[in-house]
Design a protein around this ligand. Structure first.
Ligand SMILES: NC(=O)C1=CN([C@@H]2O[C@H](COP(=O)(O)OP(=O)(O)OC[C@H]3O[C@@H](n4cnc5c(N)ncnc54)[C@H](OP(=O)(O)O)[C@@H]3O)[C@@H](O)[C@H]2O)C=CC1
Ligand SMILES: O=C(O)C1=N[C@H](C(=O)O)C[C@H](O)C1
Length: 252
């Protein structure tokens, strides 16, 4: 096949990176031209002729990796966490000088997770209370998860637009952390437990009822269709897209 997408995977020895290497390698319309570990110089990507990078590294390195890609005209599909509002704003400014480059930052590549977050945001305006519980493997270095932060942001925006007041909470005394982290007014609780991969529950409470929206990734294979979709679409979506939902027609 001609015109295959030339992909470099950064973080290639990691849990996600190694899965992405296999997925890109198996995709007929893609060519894996480089697989970088922590000690490989970023110039490897250019030497290999990559047109796209996939970043699955660590919050400390992802920003520099993506800046390097944009500065060299490469499209980027980013799954690494740590992309704060400030970091995304800086990246959006950088992209103004590279108008042909597309960057996707996807807190979660699993279709079910993206849908669950969208459904939770839709539902959140109808319930008095909402809290998020995310549950992950104990090797995860960040908490709360990027997915939970993104879900809380979407929920908070919907509730603000609908004029829904803050969830009721009479807590007067508590141990540090007992009520979780406050993300845009939504409480987020993080569980780290051997045996888990990546899971999330959004708990929505109203008078006499509860709606729970739960998503489970039992295997990192669940993230790969989203990674490949991102690679196929990034060049056609110049600028910064935050969330895989930006590449999907979710009808909202
Ligand atoms: N968007 C999504 O759907 C998903 C996102 N993630 C996110 O992806 C990221 C990676 O997760 P995971 O694969 O579990 O993590 P791992 O720790 O398994 O992998 C991280 C990789 O990054 C490399 N690395 C570490 N430090 C640096 C550095 N300073 N510069 C460059 N590379 C470095 C590691 O190399 P070495 O092995 O040499 O240390 C390793 O290959 C996390 O932020 C996680 O939250 C995870 C799952 C799904
Ligand atoms: O580190 C992980 O494993 C995951 N990280 C992402 C996150 O922080 O949301 C995506 C998924 O939850 C798995």
């Amino acid at each position: 096949m001609t015109n295959r997408i030339a992909v470099a995977v950064l973080g290639a020895t990691g849990r996600m990176g190694s899965e992405a290497v296999r997925a890109v390698d198996a995709a007929e319309d893609m060519e894996l031209v480089a697989a970088l570990g922590r000690n490989d110089p970023l110039s490897t990507v250019l030497d290999a002729g990559a047109t796209h990078i996939v970043d699955l590294t660590v919050p400390d390195s992802t920003e520099a990796n993506v800046r390097f890609a944009v500065e060299h005209g490469l499209h980027a599909v980013v799954g690494t966490t740590g992309w704060s509002d400030e970091r995304r704003a800086d990246l959006a400014s950088l992209l103004e000088a590279a108008p042909a480059v597309g960057v996707l930052i996807a807190p979660n590549f699993a279709l079910g997770s993206v849908l669950a977050s969208a459904f939770a945001a839709q539902a959140a305006r109808y319930f008095e209370s909402v809290e998020i519980v995310e549950l992950h493997h104990p090797n995860k270095v960040d908490a709360p998860s990027g997915t939970a932060v993104r879900t809380a942001e979407l929920i908070a925006a919907e509730r603000a637009a609908a004029g829904v007041p803050a969830s009721p909470d009479a807590t007067e005394t508590s141990l540090d952390g007992a009520r979780g982290a406050d993300v845009d007014g939504v409480r987020v609780h993080a569980v780290r437990l051997r045996g888990l991969v990546a899971h999330q529950e959004v708990l929505l409470g109203g008078e006499g009822e509860q709606l729970t929206l739960r998503h489970d990734s039992y295997d990192r294979a669940s993230f790969m269709p989203g990674v490949l979709l991102g690679l196929r679409r990034a060049a056609g979506r110049p600028g910064l897209t935050y969330g895989l939902d930006g590449y999907l027609d979710l009808g909202n």
